[in-house]
Ligand binder design. Structure first.
Ligand SMILES: C[S@@+](CC[C@H](N)C(=O)[O-])C[C@H]1O[C@@H](n2cnc3c(N)ncnc32)[C@H](O)[C@@H]1O
Length: 373
């Protein structure tokens, strides 16, 4: 099986669209930041660049997004003296060679119409086993450097590459956002066998046999369970159903803004719940009587939980409420709608200056919530 030898399936195209949108959100944030330089963009399982019909794969998509519309980012990269490095890795020699040809061709065609003297996108093609890279001193130094911005795409086949150790390395790396693909149904199916138990701790995998649709969320919970209690970290998952199987993406960011951006992408691709292509929360489908008339189940659920937590005094300020919303996979505005309800009903009083800000959580002014009823 070679994903680049056939036309991408519609599920693969969805995956690539999500990768693309994530990077589209990530890149300008880091480009405009005065605190990080250089930027490293890694595609660790890059493939050969295109599918059999010439549709761009992840490395070409990343390069295209980095140029921006009308190459607007290239000038900005020069003006801001940013260094932008792409590391494309592909273990299979023939594919890695093909990738190199494809990237060279893409960049030389780009140069034909470019007004800049020199290309500002630096690319390197590797032909390593990913496990070698993640262990290498050079890569670990880049990961650990908080002055460097890192975007890491891990489009593995199957499920064996993102081990506990790899995940822990990624979440402890400053200014590093990542997204990986994983074949969750297979972990569920073979959970008792060494093929799985060699990679995943069995006692931390809690599949519900009655809810196979949720197996990718179970995998996301597995990874969440590895995050140390003292580390503020955000994980979100997106389930991709293909026939009877469930695959999916897992996103990670140590920053609320990173997660806000991921979530916007996910809610664009799943207007019901921002988490799948298969209506995981059983909302009313388009064409049915109640479609669109009621609040979506996921939003309703998270809003109710926020209200309960305010009543239990576990959420006592807006920042915690906003962070709870994003940790639950909702946009931060869900918190605003919960607190507005409570304020209007006289259930809470605000201590400090009330605001309805719900984006850029790290910049929002904090107020306290006092329960009065
Ligand atoms: C799902 S495909 C990637 C597809 C690519 N993102 C695209 O858009 O076309 C996974 C790729 O990883 C490569 N691969 C498999 N094992 C690898 C490893 N241990 N290290 C690096 N690459 C590997 C495969 O040859 C394959 O091309």
């Amino acid at each position: 099986m070679d994903i680049n030898k056939k036309a991408y399936t519609k599920e693969t195209i969805l995956k690539l669209n999500i990768f693309q949108d994530c990077f589209k959100e990530w890149f300008p944030v880091y480009l405009h930041s005065d605190y990080v330089n250089p930027l490293y963009i890694y595609d660790m399982f890059a493939g050969s660049g295109y599918d059999a019909d010439g549709m761009p794969g992840s490395p070409i998509i990343l390069l295209t997004e980095a140029k921006g519309d009308n190459n607007q980012y290239c000038q900005l990269i020069i003006d801001k003296k940013k260094r932008v490095y792409f590391g494309f890795n592909e273990k299979v020699l023939s594919k890695s060679n093909e990738l190199k040809e494809n990237v060279d061709k893409y960049l030389s065609e780009c140069k034909e119409t470019c007004k800049l003297n020199e290309c500002c996108l630096h690319t390197q093609i590797g032909q390593y086993d990913f496990q070698e890279i993640i262990e290498s001193e050079n890569f670990i130094n880049i990961l650990n450097n908080s002055k460097y911005g890192k975007f890491i795409l891990l489009d593995q086949y199957g499920f064996k590459q993102i081990t506990n150790d790899v995940f822990l390395k990624l979440i402890h790396s400053p200014n590093t956002d990542f997204v990986f693909f994983i074949a969750s149904s297979f972990i569920n199916r073979f959970k008792e066998l060494p093929a799985v138990t060699d990679y995943f701790e069995k006692n931390k995998l809690h599949f519900d046999a009655t809810k196979p649709k949720q197996c990718h969320q179970t995998i996301a919970d597995y990874y969440r369970s590895l995050i140390p209690n003292n580390l503020e970290y955000y994980i979100h998952s997106f389930t991709i159903q293909k026939g009877a199987n469930y695959y999916g993406l897992i996103f990670g960011s140590g920053h609320t803004l990173g997660m806000e951006k991921f979530l916007r992408v996910c809610w664009k691709h799943d207007v019901f719940a921002g988490e799948s292509n298969c209506n995981l929360e059983n909302d009313f489908e388009p064409g049915t009587l109640f479609y669109g008339t009621a609040e979506k189940n996921k939003i309703q659920d998270v809003k109710d939980k926020i209200k309960s937590l305010i009543r239990e005094r576990k959420i006592t300020n807006n920042i915690d409420g906003l962070k709870y919303a994003i940790k639950s996979g909702c946009l931060p505005s869900v918190y605003i709608s919960a607190i507005e309800d409570f304020k209007n009903k006289g259930i809470v009083r605000i201590i400090g200056e009330y605001n309805k800000a719900a984006t850029n959580i790290h910049k929002i002014k904090r107020y306290e919530i006092e329960l009065i009823q």
